[in-house]
Design a protein around this ligand. Structure first.
Ligand code: SAH
Length: 217
């Protein structure tokens, strides 16, 4: 049970005010946060911190991302209805649940079976039917379902895996933290007919993307 002295809806509204001040102006993003109970995505012992603007541990050395970063990345993707989205790094499943508010279908890949299965169970329990899960190395993308309108990587990569840009639809966007293991730049790639445009959107800190086109374990 969520502690009764801290109503999740009230804690969530306080968080949303902070996100708004920090530059999250897209109402659809803020509304999506209202619909996804973040406290359900963390351990019971952390319930009272679930609406703080911090990353929190989810086991196996991984984290549920900071709400501001989830909101920023969601806003940057400029999601439209009926899009097909690929997420690399399911983790707690929180970002996937936010994305699922917008899109037709979210494909999400996690390399740790335990985390992937836990998120699958939770999201089913919460009533999501448009999220498809896979356990495996997300640096290779999910070629069977490509091309994707949007691709979001929620772990820090050394470089952008070529497999992912190849699986991006024309007009699509790929958002990925890239850099070293200590700090990354949020890179946004916009695929045009014959070229790819790149912009950088600030520094972030993510757990490492581990796999064939990522870091070594
Ligand atoms: N989006 C998540 C953030 C989780 S942290 C959330 O909302 O909670 C990043 C996750 O990426 C970790 O669970 C980690 O195990 C996973 N990960 C790292 N490398 C990966 C890879 N190559 N493929 C799939 N998942 C990966």
């Amino acid at each position: 049970m969520y502690p009764s002295y801290l109503k999740p809806e009230i804690a969530c509204e306080k968080l949303l005010k902070k996100l708004h001040v920090k530059g999250i102006s897209d109402r659809r993003v803020l509304d999506a946060f209202r619909k996804v109970p973040r406290h359900r995505f963390v351990d019971k012992a952390l319930f009272d911190q679930a609406y703080d603007d911090n990353a929190l541990p989810i086991g196996l050395g991984q984290t549920i991302s900071q709400p501001y970063v989830v909101a920023l990345m969601t806003q940057l993707l400029e999601l439209k209805e009926n899009e097909k989205i690929l997420e690399i790094g399911t983790g707690s499943g929180f970002q996937a649940a936010i994305l699922a508010q917008f899109s037709m279908r979210v494909y999400t890949i996690e390399r740790h079976r335990e985390l992937g299965e836990r998120s699958r169970r939770l999201l089913r329990e919460l009533g999501y039917h448009n999220i498809v899960f896979k356990i495996g190395d997300g640096t290779q993308g999910w070629p069977q379902h490509a091309p994707f309108d949007k691709i979001i990587v929620t772990a820090g990569a050394p470089v952008v895996p070529r497999e992912l840009t190849q699986q991006l639809a024309v007009g699509g966007k790929l958002l990925i933290p890239a850099g070293n293991r200590q700090v990354q730049e949020l890179e946004l790639y916009h695929r045009r007919e014959n070229s790819i445009e790149k912009s950088t959107e600030g520094s972030v800190l993510f757990v490492p993307l581990i796999g064939q086109s990522g870091w070594e374990e």
